[in-house]
Ligand binder design. Sequence first.
Ligand code: ATP
Length: 589
Amino acid sequence: MVELMAVKDYAQQIAEAIATVVKIDIEIADHKLMRIAGTGRYQKLVGQSMDRQGYIYQEVLRTGHQFVIETPGIHPLCAPCKARGNCSEKYEVVSPINVDDKAVGAIGLICFTEAQAKLIQENQQSYLIFLTKMAETIALKLKEQEFLAGLVSANHYLNSIIDCLEEGLITVDLEGNVLHYNQSAKRLFSANLLTPRTHLKSLFSPQIVSDILRVGTNVDEVIEREVQLETKKNKAQMILRALPIDSEGGVKSIGVTLRPFDEIGRIVHRLSLQDAGYTIEDILGVSDTVQQIRERAKVVAASQSTVLIRGESGTGKEMLARSIHNLSSRQQGMFMAINCTAIPEALLESELFGYEEGAFTGARKGGKIGKFELANKGTLFLDEIGDMPLFLQAKILRVLQERQIERIGGIVPIPVDVRVIAATHRNLEEMMAKGEFREDLYYRINVIPIDIKPLRERKEDIQILCEHFINGFNQRLNKNVRFLSDRFRQRLVEYSWPGNVRELQNIIEYAMNLANDSTLTEEHLSPRLKNNQALNLEDEFNLEKVERETILRCYQMFGGGVQGKEKAAKALGIGIATLYRKLARYNIE
Ligand SMILES: Nc1ncnc2c1ncn2[C@@H]1O[C@H](COP(=O)(O)OP(=O)(O)OP(=O)(O)O)[C@@H](O)[C@H]1O
């Protein structure tokens, strides 16, 4: 609660106004008996305590009632006073200053002459009312002060909340002049660019300014735009939202919020972690390979070096990359994955590096942020890096060396702090020999290589993976499968698993959809597995057999005529005589 001291100047003015009119001295004290205002002989005592003389004031403060004392110095209340029996005061009227029924101070008229005493005595009722009204005026001022202090504190509180926001917030009037902004907004803009009265024109492009101002014309209008800001450090892509601030009497200002794009990405990523928040423990398997991979991943997570994961499709390369990211100090940043095979060459560059507005025909307004920028402070997973075109390999190498990127059509390099984890199923060494993969990039990404063996070479992992997938699908499909028949199990072990763990997962899902009791049997196998003969490794990888099949396919494609044979020999990369020899040898007619 605000104390009377806070309005002492006002109390002094009131005291002087009263004294001028009634020609009697006034003394005002607060609830601690501190003299806060006074006239005549009391004026120079302002600021001094009255606790040794103000016995009448004490009584008024205690009771909250007015008090008239006709015999100062003699009245029993004056008993403890030093001036008892010798008081210079002749007559005294004291009123409480009440705020919310509580005495916060007292105001008194003090007569030092018989004439003054007589005057008050004869008009006592009027003086009492007058003094009460004056006390009320001071109380009112105090309430007003209290209200103002409340407003100031609420304002301060609101500002602190607004400053806590990570989002930049700017309010502008309907002409676009800045009224207010929070600390985050201040941090976003270059030095001194954002000040009160700055016009939006100095902050955003004319189109964005006009979009923002349009919001002020309609209470229901909200706009959202992707904008690029020249921040203190560099250029940054932001999501801008503008919304009307509806106050009494309609919209008088507009609120503009700004949020860095990569931060949004991080939030989305964090929220979606449930799905992809793999940890090392999720990598299942009892084989030496898997156990070593788990150990390796822990060590790798602690370093910042580039990792190259090699393995066939479906062996868990992305899963491993995500586990490394989630275990590393970059876990709060984004994990961005890009499959170099899945994206057409022409788009891959812009996906990776982003582009500036107007960089090429068809470029999106406001430009586009690339995966490298999105993965800033996080991890970029370059899947199937072996399929990346050579010119992009050169660009990737430059990013890894210089730790900065340039958007397509951009001139300012943007620093990025990204850990790259690359993956491939291809033989990079062979590609290098043929000039299809850059040697320098190979050595740059191959700092920490991790090989994941195909499932057919670690069949001991099938059991635990099956159990894991069965548990998952039991929940998802609301089933209660608990057993595998011996034949079912045997078929899984015999199969060559070209699609690796992903294929196993699909096979289990297929079987569980068909199963209606607790056991998966041979009849629940997909046709592909049902028809699969027991894998004969010697047969499967026999070079002669592979050669015969290839020649046969080629021969069938081009036909048996002389011209067909010539074409076949050319396609096979052998001479015509050799082809004839091989046709005879393999008994192909
Ligand atoms: N060791 C494992 N433990 C549990 N699940 C696994 C394991 N390995 C792979 N998986 C699962 O198999 C599926 C395929 O894994 P992932 O996508 O990581 O493979 P990939 O090697 O990156 O495949 P691609 O090269 O085709 O992109 C995922 O559902 C993953 O959870």
